[in-house]
Design a binder for this molecule. Structure first.
Ligand code: FE2
Length: 426
């Protein structure tokens, strides 16, 4: 077989070491030791982890890279972020949204991301963000899978035309139903929004991904309704609860009933560690709560659990660089997941688990999978998280679409090496 590309002596996320990978026709054809063939192109991946791409299952691409427009978020809270976004929305133009989104996608691909689920605000009656991101989705399709969620940022019931706009967005091709029950005027309206939005998804055969309980209020329990409605409509495996930060503050007895319900309904959990570590707990003095859902407990219960980047340089978060290893690194610390098993689970939470949530087909590093890969300057998933390792090669359908040098530093110290790297010594 004529190989378009062969990766030599790679390590894989499952612990396999020193294997070759033969790629032809955009697919991984053979994985095994010392493949006897010559590729049109060969990459020496000795002692490097080769993984399927990073997947960001929670992002806001209509707002990305808008930091400072029209002003900065002074309090750092979610609510000021929403207010600020409301000030920016009428000033947006389609060209500017497209230009920023395309620039972010460049950054994301260079960081090894090849699939993003982005929420898009449908509360602007022009649906400017929707049309801009549908345009971006088509433009980036050769190198990035962009999945869009119709997101009623200002509240499904609070924003006068949200229902009408959401349905229009779905008609235009947005493929996931979003929601924000904790931002509705009352708990009851929040609950009813979940009920109505799940019914819309069931009727149209769509997936659901709701911003759910992104608050420190332990009585914000819309995830319970989301799980129950999932069961009622037979939507198991097609629904995700994003953020779920109120679970951090909930009573242990209630959680002991809630997590099995989430597992029974096969509702996935999406934590956003970078953003929620800075947005949550802002009303606390000391001790200050960590704004993260119960990640290891959800994983232990068999709930598909993944991490999203959520924001990069926008009204809610002024940092970020499209680096899912940065996201996992924060999760490891904030959720205290430092055991070797937990570190591997955190790596899965930015690769295989979000791929399941998005329903990506052909994802993986086995024969028959799409030849979408990242070669990392790290020997294994743990070293990848520790170093936020350089993405040496990003491969899409068998072609290299981005490269970066390994991270090294030059030293000028008497009696010490002239150049060092940061990998573990073996
Ligand atoms: Fe979000």
């Amino acid at each position: 077989m004529q190989a378009d590309l062969i990766l030599r002596r790679a390590n894989l996320p499952n612990g396999a070491r020193g294997v070759d990978m033969l790629i032809a026709d955009g697919l991984i054809q053979v994985v095994g030791p010392q493949i006897e063939a010559e590729g049109r192109k060969e990459i020496d991946a000795t002692d490097c982890l080769v993984t399927a791409p990073f997947v960001d299952c929670h992002f806001h691409m209509d707002a990305t890279l808008s930091l400072g427009l029209p002003r900065l978020n002074r309090s750092g809270t979610l609510l000021e972020g929403i207010t600020l976004w409301g000030e920016l929305k009428p000033l947006l133009t389609a060209d500017a949204v497209i230009e920023r989104a395309m620039a972010y996608c460049d950054m994301a691909v260079a960081q090894g991301i090849q699939a993003i689920r982005s929420h898009v605000d449908i509360c602007d009656d022009r649906l400017l963000g929707v049309e801009a991101l549908l345009d971006v989705k088509a433009r980036v399709a050769p190198y990035l899978d962009l999945q869009l969620v119709a997101f009623p940022q200002d509240g499904f019931y609070r924003a006068p035309k949200a229902r009408e706009n959401l349905l229009r967005a779905l008609d235009l091709g947005v493929e996931v139903v979003g929601g924000i029950p904790h931002f509705e005027r009352t708990m009851d309206e929040g609950r009813r929004s979940v009920v109505e939005l799940c019914a819309i998804a069931a009727e149209r055969g769509l997936m659901v991904d709701m911003h759910c309980d992104e608050t420190d209020d332990p009585l914000s329990r819309h995830i319970e309704t989301l799980a129950a409605e999932t069961l009622k409509h037979g939507l198991e495996g097609r629904v995700a609860g994003s953020h779920l930060t109120s679970m951090h503050s909930m009573d242990a007895y209630y959680v002991s009933k809630l997590i099995p319900l989430i597992a029974e309904a096969e509702v996935a959990a999406i934590a956003n560690p970078l953003v929620n570590m800075v947005i949550q707990g802002r009303h606390d003095r000391y001790p200050k709560r960590r704004g993260l859902t119960r990640i290891p407990e959800l994983m232990d219960a068999g709930v598909v659990t993944a991490f999203g980047h959520d924001c990069v340089m926008d009204p809610w978060y002024n940092l970020g660089s499209g680096d899912m290893l940065d996201v996992a690194h924060m999760a490891v610390h904030a959720a205290q997941m430092t055991s070797r098993d937990d570190l591997h689970r955190c790596f899965a939470a930015i690769t295989s688990e979000p791929a399941r949530i998005l329903g990506l087909e052909g994802y993986g590093v086995e024969p028959g999978c799409d030849a979408n890969l990242v070669v990392l300057d790290a020997a294994d998933p743990i070293e990848a998280i520790r170093l936020k390792a350089a993405r040496l090669h990003v491969v899409r359908w068998g072609s290299v679409v981005a490269t970066a040098p390994p991270r090294t530093a030059r030293l000028d110290l008497e009696g010490r090496p002239a150049e060092i790297g940061f990998r573990a010594r073996r």
